[in-house]
Write a protein that binds this ligand. Structure first.
Ligand code: SF4
Length: 282
């Protein structure tokens, strides 16, 4: 029998039923007194000024930098997670510091005064949308101070969450990891939801770039990349596409690094549909 104060989280399609005092699958959202809240709100595990190209954002204010902020937690379990130390962690697994939106934006303003190439904040490292309220509050304040906001995300969130953020996010890089059903299942997402996020952001006027990490035997066929690139073009021909090289990581140590030449071949396949295609990690 479930507790009367068990509540359902509506942030992503997992719809976790969380008992009072418990946390969801993402290890970020929790049930406090029957209400679901972002348990990782303002809990910062990583903070660094990064070149914007590192997000990667290739065609939004090139040459600038962003104050990049991350917490802990993620709603996917991709076995190749590149940030597993924080993305696959909960509050007791990783050190964090409390940084309010006011403090974060003040830090970004300080950085901007010191170096005018520093133009705003990137919500990144772990999955920012599992703590979307922090993104919303920081992004509003950042806009009030003339800073820009960039989102780096897996895109696996309900449309209501994306609606809360459109207008606040100036640029986004969303992972489109692959479309093969068994690969999507392995990671734990429904590709239609991720595509919905990409389309919503693009149609709302956000500058959108999309990344596929090319993994041998998982998503590295010409047909797969052509199908993603075709869909990107049909959705918004301004979307920029990144193909990045895989290196063995976390629970995927048995797959070799992607051959560099294969990443370049696939970039040529994508260029038949998308004007701006970039390769990374090569
Ligand atoms: S955001 Fe987290 S708690 Fe909410 S439904 Fe998704 S995985 Fe579950």
């Amino acid at each position: 029998m479930s507790d009367a104060r068990t509540a359902t989280c509506r942030t992503c399609p997992r719809s976790c039923r969380i008992p009072e005092g418990g946390v969801g699958f993402c290890r970020s959202r929790r049930n406090v007194g029957g209400t679901i809240v972002a348990g990782n709100y303002g809990r910062v595990t990583s903070l660094a000024v990064d070149p914007i190209e590192k997000k990667p954002l290739a065609r939004f204010r090139p040459g600038s930098t962003l104050l990049s902020v991350g917490s802990y937690g993620c709603n996917l379990r991709c076995p190749f997670c590149q940030n597993h130390q924080i993305a696959q962690a909960g509050e007791r697994d990783v050190p964090w510091s409390e940084v309010s939106p006011e403090r974060l934006v003040a830090l970004a303003c300080d950085q901007h005064r010191q170096d005018r190439r520093m133009i705003g904040i990137a919500y990144t490292y772990n999955e920012p949308l599992v703590g979307w309220e922090y993104v919303r509050d920081c992004a509003r304040l950042a806009h009030e101070h003339g800073l820009v906001n960039a989102l780096v995300s897996n895109g696996y969130a309900n449309a209501e969450v994306i609606d809360q953020l459109t207008g606040l996010i100036d640029a986004a890089n969303i992972d489109l990891k692959g479309t093969d059903p068994s690969f999507c299942k392995e990671c734990g997402y429904d590709v239609a939801i991720v595509k919905g996020t990409i389309a919503s952001l693009a149609h709302a006027g956000t500058h959108v770039e999309v990344t596929t990490l090319v993994i041998p035997g998982k998503n590295d066929t010409s047909e797969e990349i052509a199908s993603i690139a075709r869909w990107l073009h049909e959705t918004d021909d301004g979307i920029v596409y990144h193909l990045t090289r895989f290196f063995p990581c976390w629970r995927m140590l048995d797959v070799p690094p992607t051959p560099v030449e294969r990443v370049y071949e696939l970039a040529d396949v994508a260029r038949k549909y998308v004007t701006h295609v970039h390769v990374g990690n090569c």
